[in-house]
Design a binder for this molecule. Structure first.
Ligand SMILES: [Zn+2]
Length: 249
């Protein structure tokens, strides 16, 4: 079960890595509500968060989040002590603190360019951050840390980025267009194939036949033919020898 949870988390993180450039060490913004839930669930954030995410993690909070937790009073004194242990990210609200939800939203901006993760039990804040693409959200459910599934906004944006990546640039498009017109021209006028003669290497050179048979059998060569001619001559000579010679009387 544990293995499945970890595997699922790694899969989600690889999505953010691939599509939104999230890099290690992951920066996790933590508020007082998350610290309180961790205390209740006996979760040691510094140890269990990197284990769950599977990488080095920089746990951060803001002055606004600490002041908000402090303002609630004794009920959250434990959460306050936990939150104060984390590094405070300068949020720009030094002189006048604002609610943690607004503070985190301002740090995330429109595109979460600093690749923050946000760990909170504030349902309203999570709902707000789902509308911003590329914000991984963490919360605690039944004594376990959970990385929320990818929001529709993040998924749609990732698809859009993927489409844009495969689309050619203006210059590439112009080159493709010119190539296309050239190709169209060449396909219009197909090159006529030259009629080639027989392969000269495969043709045997004709030898000239001289003598009385040259006119009758042009191009005939070979020992067999010569032998037959010789045989005919011999037969003719033999027959002639058998013919009685008429006497001179
Ligand atoms: Zn702030």
């Amino acid at each position: 079960m544990k293995f499945k949870r970890y595997k699922h988390a790694r899969k989600l993180i690889s999505f953010y890595k691939m599509n939104y450039g999230v890099r290690e060490p992951y920066q996790v913004l933590v508020d007082g509500t998350f610290c309180q839930a961790a205390l209740k669930g006996k979760i040691y954030i510094k140890e269990q968060l990197p284990k769950y995410i599977g990488s080095s993690v920089q746990i951060l909070t803001t002055r606004c989040a600490i002041e908000e937790t402090r303002s609630i009073g004794d009920d959250l004194i434990g959460a306050l002590l936990v939150a104060k242990r984390f590094q405070q990210r300068n949020c720009g609200h030094k002189h006048k603190c604002i609610p943690a939800a607004d503070c985190f939203t301002s740090l995330i901006g429109n595109d979460n360019s600093n690749h923050y993760f946000v760990a909170t039990q504030d349902v309203e804040l999570r709902r707000k951050l789902r509308r911003i693409p590329g914000v991984p959200l963490l919360y605690i459910n039944r004594n376990t840390i959970v990385l929320e599934g990818v929001s529709d906004t993040s998924r749609d944006q990732a698809k859009q980025i993927g489409v844009e990546k495969v689309q050619p640039t203006k210059y590439q498009q112009s080159v493709l267009d010119s190539l296309g017109s050239e190709l169209a021209e060449t396909t219009k006028k197909p090159k006529r194939k030259k009629i080639k003669g027989p392969n000269p290497l495969s043709c045997k050179k004709k030898s000239k036949i001289t003598g009385p048979f040259a006119a009758k059998s042009p191009g005939i060569v070979g020992k067999g033919r010569k032998r037959r001619i010789r045989k005919c001559r011999q037969q003719a000579a033999y027959l002639l020898s058998k013919v009685p010679v008429p006497s001179s009387d």
